[in-house]
Design a protein around this ligand. Sequence first.
Ligand code: GLA
Length: 424
Amino acid sequence: MNLPDSKHRLRGRLLTALLFAAGVAAGSADTPTLKDAYQKHFPVGVAVNRSIVSGTPSFRRSAELVSSDRALTQTQFNQITAENDMKWQLIHPREGADGYDFGPADAFVSFGLGNRMEIVGHTLVWHSQTPNWVFAGTNPPPVVTNAPPVAAAGTNALGTNRVGRGPGPAFGGGFGRYDGPRASREELLQRMRDHIHTVVGRYKGKVKVWDVVNEALSDGATTNVLRSSLWSEIIGPDFVAKAFQFAHEADPDAILRYNDYGLENPVKRRKLATLIRELQAQKVPVHAIGSQAHLNVATSFETMDQALTEMKTLGLPIHITELDVNSAQGGQRGTGADVAANAATTQGGLVSDADRKLADAYAGVFRAFVKHRDCVKLVTFWGVNDAVSWRANGSPLLFDGNNHPKPAFESVVGVGTADPPKLP
Ligand code: GLA
């Protein structure tokens, strides 16, 4: 990925100075920005919402706060990911060639290009936030009984691993997922191909990196590599390979990522290795591993160091794609990304001495990223500040709701500007 040139850096410094004068930016004009602190190592990005891109107020942010969020994004980061606007549910809500709503995604891409940021597309194939029509057809759904289900090799058993993602019955993932008559394998493959060709084709040459498949791996102790989803049940386990092939056809120059959460967990990591090795053996164009890294304050340098050391053996660049560090007491047991379970992970108030623990955890994981800078090629935060985070109650980011830097900001900048250790 390209690093910003000096003119761009100067612009960043000026913006920082202006924001500092207005009392809304990080530290002082002398404190390096995140993107400058890491310019020798990797770009530092952020997931942005529609308000930030368009500059319009929302139910949770006034016009003044939105312009401060937007300025902070421009000042601190040199890569952006759309938090929601490229998900199937939003970009392609209805069937057919007229079923696309490109406006918000177009605005996101223009914002990135206008600010000379790298742009990541998120996400093409996912079991969550996908409309029901995608899976609907005329084949009766399988009858789920209490008898032990029969699973295809390499996939989860039918009827397991269903609880999870998705905001409710209208979407194809998680509990309440679509359970009506289904499309055939051929129909669903055709819809997937059309969607990927249209979306990737539209932003060809502008969006350099795509999350092609999101969260296909199973959780927990099951030995099945893939979770059971409407994608895996209707198409079969090769839906993953097909998605990558379609994306590669649509833009042969794009970097295609497999993205998942919980890769700090050795059991999930073994499943990742199995999946990636299988794809590589079949010459599927998978170019990078996206590790979401929804962490908690108990995550240490050692945990991240171990995770990166092992993931590196797959021979692919690693992108940290959705970084946040949950400080809520309820979020200290796992590193999942489950939307349905999210409320529980942000309950119980903050852990004691939360600011300091957050700063220490961020310092530890960034030390690991820098140690493995030969393979860590991008780090993206999942949100600009605590107020707009999906885990707002867990105060997981570097800036508070007024965009004031927290101690964690200083510790991350400190790691970036220190002399890096020798490469392992
Ligand atoms: C996952 C997805 C993201 C987002 C977060 C929660 O990690 O990949 O798009 O939905 O969950 O906000």
